[in-house]
Design a protein around this ligand. Structure first.
Ligand code: C2E
Ligand code: MG
Ligand code: MG
Ligand code: MG
Length: 284
């Protein structure tokens, strides 16, 4: 009985694991093709200045328009790309495409502020990363000040010494640096002094719990105060309702991003939104 049971258990666990591994392998080879066949695209999500409601930045977010499976979110394929090394050509494509879009807006007299691009840990750790950013800026013609790179705490902390060098090279070029998902990284805050960081992105988990959890609200207020006293810019991510907007306003959070204002959308959608905003009237 025990033996039969054991065997059944083995089969029970083995079958789904193989299926998952197979699916991953399949996704990986399809992702190579996706990159070559232009199945990847960028959506852009505006960041708004809280007092005025003006669009002052946009974050580029990658999507995969799969011919059979439809739109695949980055959480489903970025990890696959990271494990397979494909994140390097993919990340390069994202950076170049985003910078070209931002330059096209500038050339058309459309001021979207900075374009923010997510950089994965593996990409950031390449010794030639700063050089590749310089090359993309040259190729796209985008002024460095218009580019903001989003990096997570764990990426920065992983190899702190080489990170300083890379961040300082980027900083010297004029590129801006933001810490993404700030507050979720379990790391000491001392890196904020050591590294040339421009902005903290308050993680959306804190923003989401702000209304129901006084501790979450205190954390948001503390991050805003911390950022202010260290001379860092701020943006709150994942703002979904007007109660959160009022709280963030009271806390004097300068910048917001979230579904309440705008979902990530194709470039044309962002231009329509920019044109429809009446200057001086803040959305609530
Ligand atoms: P992230 O950089 O923290 O991006 C913010 C995510 O939150 C986006 O999900 C965005 O659609 C979502 N979001 C924005 N506002 C709201 C809101 O009000 N409520 C909720 N619930 N969600 C909101 P998305 O596009 O699925 O991206 C997920 C993650 O995938 C990103 O998190 C980032 O870590 C990664 N990612 C996306 N694009 C890229 C890329 O081009 N390169 C790399 N390396 N990673 C990327
Ligand atoms: Mg981000
Ligand atoms: Mg984030
Ligand atoms: Mg993230």
């Amino acid at each position: 009985y025990a033996k039969a049971n054991g065997r059944n258990k083995y089969q029970f666990f083995a079958a789904p694991m193989n299926a998952a591994a197979n699916k991953r392998l399949h996704l990986e080879s399809e992702l190579w093709e996706a990159l070559a066949n232009n199945e990847l695209l960028l959506h852009y999500q505006p960041q708004l200045d809280l007092p005025s409601g003006r669009i002052v930045g946009v974050e580029a977010l990658v999507r995969w328009q799969h011919p059979k499976l439809g739109m695949i979110p980055p959480a489903d394929f970025i990890p696959v790309a990271e494990d397979s090394g494909l994140i390097l050509p993919l990340g390069h494509w994202v950076l170049l495409t985003a910078c070209r879009q931002a330059k096209a807006w500038l050339d058309a007299g459309i001021d979207m502020g900075e374009i923010a691009v997510n950089i994965s840990a593996y990409q950031f750790r390449q010794p030639e990363f700063a050089q590749s950013v310089r090359a993309v800026l040259a190729e796209s013609g985008l002024p460095a000040e218009r580019l903001e790179l989003e990096i997570t705490e764990s990426t920065i902390m992983h190899s702190a010494d080489s990170s300083v060098t890379t961040l300082e090279e980027l900083k010297a070029m004029g590129v801006k640096l933001a810490v993404d998902d700030f507050g979720t990284g379990y790391s000491s805050l001392s890196y904020l002094r050591r590294f040339p960081i421009d902005r903290l992105k308050i993680d959306r988990s804190f923003v989401a719990d702000m209304e129901s959890d006084a501790d979450a609200a205190s954390l948001v207020a503390s991050i805003i105060a911390l950022g202010g006293s260290l001379g860092l810019r701020l943006v709150a991510e994942g703002v979904e309702n007007s109660a959160q907007v009022s709280s963030l306003r009271e806390m004097a959070c300068e910048r917001v991003q979230g579904f309440h204002f705008c979902r990530p959308m194709p470039a044309e959608g962002v231009v329509d939104m920019l044109n429809s905003l009446r200057p001086g009237i803040a959305p609530d």
